[in-house]
Design a protein around this ligand. Structure first.
Ligand SMILES: Cc1ncc(COP(=O)(O)O)c(C=O)c1O
Length: 390
């Protein structure tokens, strides 16, 4: 079966957060993490069937919807989960906030590794908890971002309660290997921390690297892990607000569910319908998407190397459609403002917990022609900067 990822869709004038940011301006949005692709055909058909039914009452997942999730998790990762372990959520950011409130008290600390998706740092702060961050280390020789376990140990205090892991990692695009995860699990057990493992990007691995859900590493770590997953990023349905936590330990699950009470909205009928179709029938589309994204990634890397002096890809990108680009050699005080002037809207590295001016994040989940246009605009921006400097 073939799928069309090349057609450029008109998203201007729609309810798209990504495109509204630059309404009325000639700026290509390559920031927030959704893709400029139509979702998988089975999802659209399932939504059309559900809409044709015409009744949209309060929802509970049907048995077939739960079954689709349980089967996909076992098929993809060999992880047999019990349906009772699932807690449905309208989003993963919501899951990060609930986890902070459930397992840390005001003033207590939540550890994360930076750079990282901003809600890993803001979720604790939203409810008076404290975010503590430890930077990744770049192993230049091996071209690999690595966890600084020594610094992690040093960052733990008597008030540390939680560790937030992003795997695969946004924005570094890393897929953590079993040995690294075992070390992290040992770290959490040794310091008596609850682990929140955000695995939203686990179905977007571009190379032949297995995803290892942290909770599968052993009984001890499973008993202290909240895993967060969703079909949203992979199948381009984040606007449908359908995600879930997997929590095998009954006490942990009860504490988590209690923290959601009266605050967290229900998942909708349409969200459940899309989720079932994605996990049950979306695999051919996902494989085609991965091949297309791999092509985009390789195209982007070649372009950066050939045409963007002063921009560097520091390590191979193994997962996600989000590229982390080092622009520090350009010496820009406001990289985003500079690139916007040349018609391309990127994400500021500073939002990911590092000083401004070092990195930008580029979303290449778009048709190849859009990516090419965006990169050409970056080229003008880079050359404009170098000329001004020189
Ligand atoms: C690691 C990670 N977690 C969570 C989210 C967002 O999750 P949601 O839209 O379900 O709140 C993103 C979006 O980019 C992400 O990259």
């Amino acid at each position: 079966m073939t799928f069309d990822f090349d057609t450029v869709l008109e998203r201007r004038g729609t309810d798209s957060q990504k495109w509204q940011k630059y309404a009325g301006k000639d700026i290509l949005p390559m920031w927030v993490a959704d893709m400029d692709f139509v979702s998988a055909p089975p999802i659209i058909e399932a939504l059309q069937r559900r809409v044709a039914h015409g009744v949209f009452g309060y929802a509970r997942p049907a048995a077939s919807e739960v079954e689709a999730v349980v089967t996909a998790v076992e098929r993809n990762y060999g992880w047999r989960i019990d349906p009772s372990w699932l807690v449905w959520l309208p989003g993963l950011v919501c899951g990060l906030n609930v986890t902070s409130q459930a397992f840390a008290q005001p003033g207590e600390e939540v550890l994360a590794l930076t750079p990282v998706y901003p809600p890993f740092m803001t979720a604790p702060k939203n409810s008076g908890r404290v975010s503590v961050t430890v930077p990744f280390m770049l192993n230049e020789g091996q071209r690999r971002w690595e966890i600084d376990f020594v610094a992690l140990d040093r960052a733990v205090t008597p008030r540390t309660r939680l560790f937030f892991l992003c795997n695969p990692h946004n924005p570094l695009g890393r897929v953590f290997r079993r040995d690294e995860l075992l070390r992290l699990a040992e770290f959490c057990v040794r310091h008596n921390l609850i682990l929140c493992s955000d695995e939203i990007h686990c179905d977007l691995i571009l190379d032949a690297i297995p995803h290892v859900p942290t909770a599968t590493l052993g009984a001890e770590i499973a008993a202290r892990t909240v895993t967060l997953m969703a079909p949203s990023k992979t199948y381009n349905v984040p606007g449908l607000g359908t995600s879930f936590a997997i929590i095998s330990d009954p006490k942990l699950r009860t504490t988590f569910v209690r923290a959601t009470a009266g605050i967290v909205a229900e998942v909708t009928n349409l969200g459940y319908a899309a989720c079932e179709a994605a996990y049950r029938d979306g695999e051919p589309w996902r494989q085609a998407l991965l091949a297309y994204l791999r092509g985009n990634r390789d195209f982007m890397h070649r372009f950066v190397e050939a045409n963007l002096p002063g921009v560097r890809v520091e390590a191979p990108q193994e997962a996600t459609y989000l590229a982390w680009l080092n622009v520090s050699a350009l010496g820009l005080a406001d990289p985003i403002g500079h690139f916007e002037k040349y018609g391309i809207g990127l994400s500021d590295g500073a939002f990911f917990g590092e000083p401004r001016g070092l990195h930008v994040r580029l979303n290449f989940g778009c048709p190849r022609s859009t990516l090419e246009e965006g990169l050409k605009r970056m080229e003008k921006a880079v050359k404009g900067r170098l000329k001004a400097e020189g």
